[in-house]
Write a protein that binds this ligand. Structure first.
Ligand code: ADP
Length: 649
């Protein structure tokens, strides 16, 4: 054995570790699920690598997880004969948290144990959960493709440092040895342990074994009560190895290969937690077997919460849909099997027909894969449609977590645009505050008798949208307006020109004829011509046109764009992102009855009239959420007007 070397944990590990220990104490038994889950992943990886290098599994072909306790030493060991880890992998996997969402996760912590327990559940607890019940963890491991003298022992009490040493290890795979805390004796009681393992491992595809209670059994024999592996939940097989007789506690067959009728909701949820490495439950799922030109099984889950990883927010680094080929885990193939806007979907696709040596590149061009992708897309949308009908509350939860991701589908999946639009939810002037709860169908149902279009406004925030001057007239006529304020909305509405035959109309764009078709009074122009001309002259550098508005009720003025111009809010986003933006001047619409405009019309002093005109324009810009070119000049102007209008002392 080589020297023992001490290493410090990456700072983030220490934080996550403390958090896991303190906030998850009330669910302490989850450590077992996490360790079994890791062991099962390791077996999956071994099986995959053995496709190309069969010698890796040659001497020990039956992949399995064994759990053993030693009441005297007070240890619990979770052992697998999976892929194992090299020294570098141990440092990388057990000494750091390389996940992309770690920083934002840590920043989101509140310090309140219950709340944080919830958050860490979304983050995924993993290996470190062992420290909830153990005051020391020892890991002994050897990567399958390395020699026996390249084993590694890792050990830590979870307080800032870990030790590593090179060891001799004859067998491949990993043993995690938990040195249980004084108070955690329950995990040394075999009935308690078996109860937990059974609960947490029935969906695991590999046998999970514990030593038979009575040792010295001469010979494995058929169970006499005719218990048979197909129907019984608990399958008992007795296998001789190292003179210990083992009992298998789970079905040990891939969950998705079992008949649906035999799988309980709890099994599905357990499997979901295993594949997505989290604690939250799935909202719904769909499990299907397809037979025909090609055969495959898909099991798709809709999560309730977005995980902290960038895995769903980053379109290019998606994870969650695992590709198996004839029960062998091949790779995470979310990108190949689902469009980006459905990247929240988690699950498994198991194909009978793809070649086992398939590569990522090959998947990209494969016809069978594109058929599976189309089917998974349809299934996912079907699943959401069904959720709307079956459980509105759960659908809302979905929408709160992933509605903005779904919106991307409007630009990404033309074929399904109408279906996706039906699933979108928005805030509106008749909705529930800033919550996005109103569907387009609901909007249409509530439309006024002679209303022909769906009105919306876009802005940087809910308050800005709700307070938009452009929607005043509609509000006063009790016409509903959708309030869009997510970053993606402006882009999305570019693809949402109409829904169910009704055009969508940006209230700050184009001429506004009023919500009611009968509202066609155009005479205003004659009456207000002098006012309009005077303003237009003073603002000719800033606006394309001045015209009386039918949108305004309370505000003096607002900015409006041409029907096809880029909305101002979008122009700002584009500028921020460093793009050149076509700078069409906007139209200033005015409310001629407003006291400010009446004052302007009556103003005899040219300088004061100019100040008023510029201020009218500037407050319209601010009202829009925009930035003034010269804020200092604006302040001076405003002060002049305020001082001038102050009653003489
Ligand atoms: P997660 O499983 O969510 O990635 P963990 O903290 O549980 O996070 O584990 C970190 C990494 O350590 C795993 O991704 C895996 O690469 C490695 N690992 C953990 N347990 C084992 C094991 N039993 N065999 C091989 N590798 C393992």
């Amino acid at each position: 054995m080589s020297d023992v070397k001490k290493h410090a944990f990456q700072a983030e590990v220490q934080q996550v570790l403390q958090l896991v220990i303190h906030s998850l104490y009330s669910h302490k038994e989850i450590f077992l699920r996490e360790l079994i889950s890791n062991a099962s992943d390791a077996c999956d990886k071994l099986r995959f690598e053995a496709l190309a290098k069969p010698e890796l599994a040659a001497t020990d072909t039956e992949l399995r997880v064994e759990i053993e306790m030693d009441t005297e030493a007070r240890t619990l060991t979770v052992r697998d004969n999976g892929i194992g880890m090299s020294e570098d992998e141990v440092i990388e996997n057990l000494g750091t948290i390389a996940r992309s969402g770690t920083k934002s996760f840590l920043e989101s912590l509140s310090g309140d144990a219950r709340e944080d327990a919830h958050l860490i559940g979304q983050f995924g607890v993993g290996f470190y959960s062992g420290f909830i019940v153990a005051d020391r963890l020892t890991v002994e491991t050897r990567r399958a493709d390395l020699s026996a003298d390249q084993g590694v022992r890792w050990s830590s009490d979870g307080s800032g440092e870990y030790e590593m040493a090179t060891i001799e290890r004859a067998e491949r795979g990993t043993s995690v040895i938990l040195h249980l805390k004084e108070a955690e004796g329950e995990f040394l009681q075999s009935w308690r342990l078996q109860q937990l393992i059974t609960r947490y491992s029935d969906h695991i595809a590999f046998p999970i074994r514990v030593p038979e209670a009575k040792p010295a059994v001469e010979e494995s024999k058929e169970s006499e009560d005719g218990e048979d592996g197909e129907d019984g939940k608990k399958v008992e097989t007795k296998v001789e190895s190292d003179e210990i007789t083992w009992t298998t506690l789970n079905h040990a067959s891939a969950l998705w290969t079992r008949p649906k009728a035999e799988i309980s909701d709890e099994d599905y949820q357990g499997f979901y937690k295993h594949i997505h490495h989290g604690m939250d439950e799935a909202l719904t799922w769909s499990h299907n077997r397809v037979e025909g030109k090609q055969s495959y099984t898909s099991l798709l889950f809709v999560p309730s919460k977005a995980p902290f990883d960038a895995m769903w927010s980053d379109r290019n680094e998606r994870k969650g849909l695992k590709l198996y080929i004839r029960r062998v885990f091949i790779m995470d193939a979310s990108e190949q099997l689902l469009p980006a806007y459905l990247r929240f979907v988690q699950g498994v696709v198991d194909s009978d027909d793809l070649p086992l040596n398939v590569s990522r590149e090959l998947l990209q061009e494969n016809k069978l894969v594109s058929q599976i992708r189309a089917a998974c897309t349809k299934r996912s949308l079907d699943l959401l449609d069904k959720l709307v009908i079956d459980d509105a509350e759960k659908f809302q939860q979905f929408s709160d977590s992933f509605g903005n991701v779904l919106k991307e589908g409007m630009g990404e999946d033309f074929g399904n645009r109408e279906r996706i639009a039906k699933l979108l939810r928005f805030a509106s002037t008749k909705g529930d505050g800033a919550k996005q709860t109103v569907s387009l169908d609901q909007y249409i149902e509530r439309m006024k008798g002679d209303q022909t279009v769906i009105y919306f406004v876009t802005a940087d925030s809910y308050n800005a949208a709700k307070g938009s001057p452009q929607i005043e007239a509609l509000k006063s006529q009790d016409v509903e307006v959708l309030l869009l304020f997510d970053r993606i909305d402006e882009w999305m509405v570019g693809y949402l020109n109409e829904y169910a035959g009704k055009p969508l109309r940006h209230v700050a764009k184009g001429e506004f004829e009023g919500a009611s078709a009968t509202d066609k009074s155009d005479e205003v122009s004659e009456e207000h011509k002098p006012l309009v001309d005077k303003l237009a002259e003073l603002l000719k550098e800033r606006v394309k046109e001045v015209r009386p508005s039918k949108r305004l009720v309370d505000s003096p003025a607002c900015l409006v764009l041409d029907e096809h111009a880029m909305a101002m809010h979008m122009q700002r986003l584009m500028k921020e992102a460093g793009h050149e933006v076509p700078s069409d001047l906007p139209v200033l619409e005015i409310n001629p009855g407003h006291p400010l405009l009446q004052r302007f019309a009556a103003e005899g002093n040219d300088e004061q009239a100019a100040d008023l005109a510029l201020l009218l324009h500037e407050q319209a810009v601010i009202g829009e959420g925009g930035q003034l070119d010269d804020p200092a000049a604006f302040v001076q102007r405003m002060n002049r007007v305020l001082a001038g209008s102050a009653p003489a002392a």
